[in-house]
Write a protein that binds this ligand. Sequence first.
Ligand SMILES: [Zn+2]
Length: 195
Amino acid sequence: MAIRKILLYPEDEPGLRKISEPLTGMNRQVRKLIRDLKDTLANDPRGVGLAAPQINVHKRAFVVRLGSSEDSPPEENPLIVIFNPVILAEGDVKRDFDGCLSFPGLYGKTKRPHYLNLSGLNERGEPFEKEFHDADAVMIHHEIDHLDGILFIDHIEKMEDLYRIIENEDGMPMRVAVSDALSRGDDSTILNRHR
Ligand SMILES: [Zn+2]
């Protein structure tokens, strides 16, 4: 088990913004990367996807938990590692829920394709081509962005689309718009950098 530190925004922004390099072959280092990505994602109950640059490894690789929007308990969905992803076709662009392990507690509405035809390498280094739909397509699109240093806040069109989930006095989760939090002086870093 190797659970790696996840880079956080804004303090680790340089690492999150760096462009990742394609994988050129399978070796011991790559197999360690696969294990680290899976261990680190499995360790976080909120996590459905994690890209290599988020653990400060700038290789074009990510791990996702497919089928996360379905009713089955998330731990039953296998973790899939994909290398060198290339979007061959995309469509069905809609607004949907977005969040990121590098932005704990922050969520938003972004527009992303809900259909992707993707090529890449699987975790054995074998080429594949596969179609993804709905939440799986959204999640993969989010992870591919990370490989190019693009973060979900870059897709936020207006501040009202960004919110935090906090616990109220009864311990129940509650949404707070970032634009409201701002008037209280919180979240100013995100806004300053975003605008
Ligand atoms: Zn992310």
